[in-house]
Design a protein around this ligand. Structure first.
Ligand code: DC
Length: 227
């Protein structure tokens, strides 16, 4: 049997940072499902396809293949039809497109099998929006990681500023509110906390504190399951 930890939550809550840390500490594979949706979004952007045009989006899906690979340091690489697109998927433009096209059932269906398959073959920490509710409903541990809009906007602002990218805090905040609304209100697999998920609000916590809480929850579950 393999262990799976599902970490869901809104954009900018720190899911990927925490998931990576926890995976490294437990020796699990880290699966960033957002990166998969971003790779597909990049495909549509490159093709000049309108993400809201569901017929065109659906028609392209059979031509898109997303796979994951890991470099010698264990970092996840995302391949789009065989090309490593990891360096191109972290832009705001790709994030916005991913939020739109991930609402399309054909896009979600294209990734579901791959995501489930990864959890069948390895111990995983998988982060996303619908992992605990839909992709891995029987995950060993489910975490719903959130933070206030202002904290998430500030983190994003600092991250971009550090990279020397000029940005506007109010605009980032507005984009986050919009992304939340899109991710929570779509018909298929919307972002919501699973009933059996542990809620962690990271607004006033350090990265280490959040990672430690997740590990503590995991250890607690293991103890309970061995009783
Ligand atoms: O976590 P992220 O910002 O990299 O995700 C990009 C978009 O992909 C996000 O707006 C919603 C979508 N997504 C999703 O619908 N389901 C997931 N499991 C992960 C991401």
């Amino acid at each position: 049997m393999h262990y799976s930890i599902a970490i869901d939550g809104p954009a900018g809550a720190g899911k990927s940072t925490i998931a990576k840390l926890v995976a490294g500490q437990l020796g699990f594979i880290y699966v960033d499902t957002g990166a998969m949706y971003r790779a597909i979004a990049l495909y549509f952007l490159r093709k000049g396809i309108d993400g809201h045009d569901s017929a065109s989006v659906e028609a392209e899906c059979p031509h898109i293949q997303v796979t994951l690979d890991y470099d010698p340091e264990g970092r996840q690489m995302v391949l789009l039809n065989g090309e490593d697109v990891t360096p191109y998927i972290r832009t705001e433009e790709v994030g916005k497109m991913a939020s739109v096209t991930s609402a399309n059932p054909a896009v979600r269906a294209a990734l579901l099998g791959l995501q489930r398959d990864l959890a069948v073959h390895s111990d995983v920490v998988m982060d996303g929006r619908d992992i605990g509710t839909h992709v891995l409903p029987d995950a060993f541990l489910k975490i719903f990681l959130t933070a206030s809009v202002s904290v998430r906007a500030r983190r994003r602002y600092d991250e971009l500023s550090e990279k020397g990218i000029s940005c506007d805090l109010a605009k980032i905040e507005k984009d986050i509110v919009l992304r939340d609304r899109q991710d929570m209100n779509r018909e298929i697999a919307p972002l919501r906390q699973a009933e059996d998920a542990v809620l962690i609000d990271s607004s006033d916590l350090t990265i280490r504190q959040v990672a430690d809480s997740v590990i503590a929850e995991y250890n607690k579950k293991k103890e309970q399951s061995s009783l």
